[in-house]
Design a protein around this ligand. Structure first.
Ligand SMILES: [Fe+2]
Ligand SMILES: [Fe+2]
Length: 319
């Protein structure tokens, strides 16, 4: 913050010192308006991603090939609903209104992760989403457990525990399919080819093209840049692909001994921009489905509010 010592008010100094000492900012603490707005945007976008993210996998619950796979997938999709609810609650501690956030999602004024605008075409997609998409989410989210905003950091601790189950169930499904028939192996290869690049794009645009990163890092809302996290994800995933026996669709992917990291090709950033701006394969369908679910839930919200009012009136009468 570029204010002179004379201008620095006490609450500002307390805020800055709390961040410097790596302690948490809590809902009742003073915070700069920019910090609050950045967090509301990030937490809301994260919450929306969890909720919209139920759709591509939810589409396969009724088509799961066995009772075991159905039970696993149901539990996983249900976890994502829970993640969305923790995160909406975290956003509410910043003064955001949940109904308003939903309205912004449905009207396209707030975004969700670009990854959920790709279709799930075969059951291997369920495995690949668990392995790569939840894997990328883990890379993104583990550092957020140390985010400077307390309610967000604490929500991330719970969420990350469940994400690691998500990733392992996906990987186990793919291992099973790779040990199966040639047709099953083809399904896995096809799914990996389709999801690899979109997974790399989950970390956002390259650092040079990510205007909010610097401020978010200074506030310790974000702990690593997009490119750092992308690199970490690639380095983590390559040996897992080897163990699985699938190749990743990038001819430039190779170990660089000097850097002690993998070199890899450039994702198609024009595609990312297109998908974020609403022109992906499934954007319209995802938002429409969310809108319908929200409208169909109207009577539940009304009934819950009426019940709460009745109970409050009854309590007041007995008091
Ligand atoms: Fe999640
Ligand atoms: Fe997940």
């Amino acid at each position: 913050m570029a204010s002179s010592a004379a201008e620095v008010t006490t609450p500002e100094r307390v805020f800055e010192e709390t961040i410097e000492r790596d302690q948490r900012i809590e809902p009742r603490d003073w915070m700069p308006e920019g910090y609050r707005k950045t967090l509301v945007r990030q937490v809301a976008q994260h919450a929306h991603s969890e909720i919209i993210g139920m759709q591509p996998e939810g589409a396969w619950i009724a088509r799961a090939p066995s009772l075991r796979r159905k039970a696993i997938l149901l539990a996983k999709v249900q976890d994502e609903a829970g993640h969305g609810l923790y995160l909406y609650s975290a956003a509410e501690t910043l003064g955001a209104d949940r109904a308003d956030l939903t309205a912004k999602l449905i009207s396209g004024r707030q975004k969700y992760s670009s990854i959920f605008n790709y279709p799930t075409l075969n059951f291997a997609d369920i495995g690949v989403i668990g392995w790569l998409v939840d894997g990328a989410a883990i890379c993104n989210q583990v550092p957020l457990c140390r985010s400077s905003y307390g309610p967000y950091a604490r929500a991330m601790v719970r969420i990350c525990k469940e994400e690691s189950f998500h990733q392992r169930q996906g990987y186990e499904l793919l291992l099973t399919m790779m040990r199966g028939t040639e047709a099953q192996r083809d399904m896995v290869r096809d799914a990996v080819d389709r999801w690899w690049w979109p997974s790399l794009m989950m970390f956002g645009p390259p650092d040079g093209d990510s205007p909010n990163t610097r401020q978010s890092m200074a506030w310790k809302v974000k702990r690593h840049t997009n490119d750092e996290l992308r690199q970490k994800f690639v380095d983590m995933t390559v040996p897992q692909a080897d163990a699985l026996g699938v190749s990743l669709p990038d001819p430039e992917l190779r170990w660089n001994a000097d850097r002690g990291a993998h070199d890899f090709g450039e994702p198609d950033w024009a595609e990312l921009k297109r998908v974020i701006s609403g022109d992906g394969a499934c954007n319209a369908e995802r938002v429409e489905r969310r809108r319908t679910a929200h409208e169909q839930g109207e009577w539940v919200r009304e009934a819950a509010a009426a019940h709460a009012a009745k109970r409050a009136a009854r309590q007041e009468a007995t008091a």
